[in-house]
Ligand binder design. Structure first.
Ligand code: NAP
Length: 251
């Protein structure tokens, strides 16, 4: 337990299960923490402890926030595809000499029986799906739906937390749902809709990985969008325990 004189004040850039887990652990250790959420979903899962919601206003805004709130360290626990905030955190922490840790879960890797088609970005995924056609389960999130809007020769089941505002492909059904998703349900969903292709980001983590196992067992092809690159030179860990150990070492 930290003493009441503990001056550490940690900002967790969140929006992930790992960020919530870390917030709980850091609060439990008696260390002051603020979790930050972008405000993308209507009813976000809130972390334990103090939270703020909304953008900071770019690198400058984040740097001002770090100074104003006397933040002593930042843990960037955002999703592996949240590339802008990750870049901004590096720049703002460099500008303010604030220690920064990147907590990023490991990517998924295919097993011998998986049928994966790996692509570098969402546009390549759309190009591939457009060329192949079929019945597509699209699980890439609301913000990326628009990239698939021009595809006329495929049918889409689009699974999202909140309804997309972008235009949809002409043959599409929206499924509003929020994980975690279990193997049996994923398998039943793919069978019911006669899905031929699953499209996913390589998010990693346990909460949404059952769809990959279900796809493998049903012989469904998986189009896997690989992660964007991140700035070099940042201290990086892959799990909450390692991030917590880093926070404990801060002085
Ligand atoms: P992004 O493209 O990297 O960031 C765009 C802008 O959103 C940032 O410049 C920042 O605005 C604001 N922002 C992002 N994350 C923030 C945070 N945690 N706290 C405060 N402001 C934040 O981000 P994104 O991909 O839209 O992701 C937004 C949030 O959703 C993140 O918290 C991420 O962890 C979570 N999430 C993303 C995905 C995904 O697939 N991208 C999936 C699951 C969860 P300002 O420049 O104004 O500061």
């Amino acid at each position: 337990m930290a003493s009441s004189e503990d001056a550490r004040r940690v900002l967790i850039l969140g929006g992930t299960g790992e960020a919530r887990e870390l917030a709980k652990e850091v609060v439990g250790a008696g260390i002051s923490v603020i979790s930050s959420l972008a405000g993308r979903v209507q009813r976000p899962k809130l972390p334990v402890g103090e939270a703020r919601i909304g953008g900071f206003g770019g690198i400058e805004g984040l740097a001002d926030y770090l100074r104003g709130q006397e933040i002593s360290a930042v843990v960037d626990a955002t999703h592996p595809f949240a590339a802008t905030i990750t870049r901004n955190a590096v720049a703002a922490c460099t500008a303010t000499s604030t220690p920064l840790l990147r907590l990023r879960r490991p990517p998924w890797e295919p097993g011998p029986d998986d049928r994966w088609h790996r692509v570098p970005d969402m546009a390549s995924a759309a190009e591939y799906v457009g060329a192949q056609g079929g019945r597509i389960l699209l699980t890439t999130g609301r913000q990326d739906v628009g990239v698939f809007a021009g595809i006329t020769d495929a049918w889409f089941l689009i699974r999202v937390v909140d309804k997309p505002t972008a235009s949809l492909p002409p043959h599409a059904e929206i499924l509003s749902a929020r994980g975690p998703y279990r193997y049996d349900d994923e398998s039943a969903l793919m069978r019911h809709h006669r899905i031929t292709t699953l499209v996913t980001k390589n998010s990693g983590g346990a909460l949404t990985r059952d769809k990959l196992d279900a796809a493998r067992d049903l012989g469904v092809e998986v189009v896997v969008v690989e992660r964007p690159s991140e700035p070099a030179g940042v201290h990086r860990v892959h799990d909450v325990a390692a991030a917590l150990a880093w926070v404990h070492r801060l002085r």
